[in-house]
Design a protein around this ligand. Structure first.
Ligand SMILES: NC(=O)N[C@@H](CC(=O)O)C(=O)O
Ligand SMILES: [Zn+2]
Ligand SMILES: [Zn+2]
Length: 347
């Protein structure tokens, strides 16, 4: 029964997701598969997914880890390195299973050590991607140790991204997990080939969540949470109805002991309640009626894929997010652990 308090939307997709590999994958993929029709699967494994052969075998492992009868479709990506060739791009395209390639500036984030050291030298690869109509997904932060951690995204726009977008006018580019007002403006003012994903944590929290009243490592991710004015700009963009902003959770599970450490790693896990978390952000902005377009239409349209045809239902029901979830031999602490949510996905 559809109660008046229910919210039914076209099944959403997650355009930025980390599933990892090995025993933990089964635990996290089922949480995403409950909610999403498709997801762009990030390639930053150890070692990274750098060619089509690896992408196809990773895809098989994901499919094997899915619950029976799941319709969830993983859309695979390649991790660009200094050694990626135009030939590998052509192979990826021909496979039909690779939906995009990911640019990690070397050293910018978790498992990015094998990333690109000199973007200028990537030109032949970007040309091949443009020819093949394969989107470029970008972790947009500079890695220069002299640049303040809070300014690294803004620095990347001016020193790198503006030129990439200008030099490859037919290459679709997704500025992943945007975190600043400057990134929002850049995308909004940019061409139709430029899109952006926005995470639930950057919509719900500012940097106080990490640092005020004690250090909270589960809110530490990259790009790091910014000031409140940036959160407001992201919320405005997500709820504006602008078609080039879309859902990408960046759900990035790490074992609890790797986060609660003297050198804790970056990544926030949100697959346990992604749609509910976005609903919370949209409701707080008085824009629940805009959730469906952001979560279920804009990403598919940008990628040139059909929108999902089935629906998911959210019920107004207060529930408490568990303190942790199983993650292979470990536990993972979810975003908003032990806080309450007002919306719950109905199975
Ligand atoms: N976002 C993060 O803080 N971490 C991601 C990598 C990434 O998306 O940058 C991860 O793989 O853990
Ligand atoms: Zn990233
Ligand atoms: Zn990510």
């Amino acid at each position: 029964m559809l109660s008046t308090e229910d919210l039914e939307i076209t099944r959403p997709d997650d355009w930025h997701l980390h599933l990892r590999d090995g025993p933990g994958m089964k635990d996290v993929v089922q949480l995403s598969a409950r909610q999403f029709g498709r997801a762009i699967i990030m390639p930053n494994l150890k070692p990274p997914i750098v060619n089509t052969k690896q992408a196809l075998s990773y895809r098989e492992r994901i499919l094997a880890a899915l619950p029976e009868r799941s319709q969830f479709t993983p859309l695979m990506t390649l991790y660009l390195t200094d050694g990626t060739t135009p030939d590998e791009i052509a192979k990826a395209k021909a496979s039909g299973a690779v939906a995009a390639c990911k640019l990690y500036p070397a050293g910018a984030t978790t498992n990015s050590e094998n990333g690109v050291t000199d973007i200028a030298r990537l030109a032949p690869v970007l040309e091949a991607m443009q020819r093949a109509n394969l989107p470029l997904l970008v972790h947009g932060e500079v890695t220069d140790p002299d640049v303040d951690i809070f300014d690294r995204e803004q620095g990347f726009i001016e020193s790198r991204l503006r030129a990439i977008v200008a030099d490859f006018p037919e290459l679709r580019v997704v500025f992943e997990h945007v975190t600043t007002a400057e990134a929002v403006d850049f995308v909004r003012d940019g061409p139709s080939t430029l899109g952006a994903t926005i995470t639930p944590h950057h919509l719900l929290y500012n940097r106080n969540a990490i640092l005020a009243g004690g250090i909270r490592p589960h809110f530490y991710c990259l790009p790091v949470l910014k000031r409140e004015r940036h959160r407001q700009a992201l919320l405005d963009a997500a709820t504006s109805g602008h078609p080039r902003f879309f859902l990408g959770t960046d759900s990035a599970p790490h074992p609890v002991q790797d986060k609660e450490s003297a050198c804790g790693c970056a990544g926030a896990f949100s697959a346990h309640a992604a749609v509910e978390l976005y609903a919370k952000a949209f409701e707080a902005a008085g824009a629940l009626d805009r959730l469906e377009a952001f979560a279920s239409h804009h990403g598919a349209d940008f990628y040139g894929l059909p929108r999902n045809t089935d629906k998911v239902r959210l019920r107004r029901e207060v529930w408490e997010v568990p303190a942790d979830y199983p993650f292979g031999d470990h536990r993972v602490v979810p975003l908003g652990a032990e806080e309450t949510l007002a919306w719950r996905l109905v199975d």
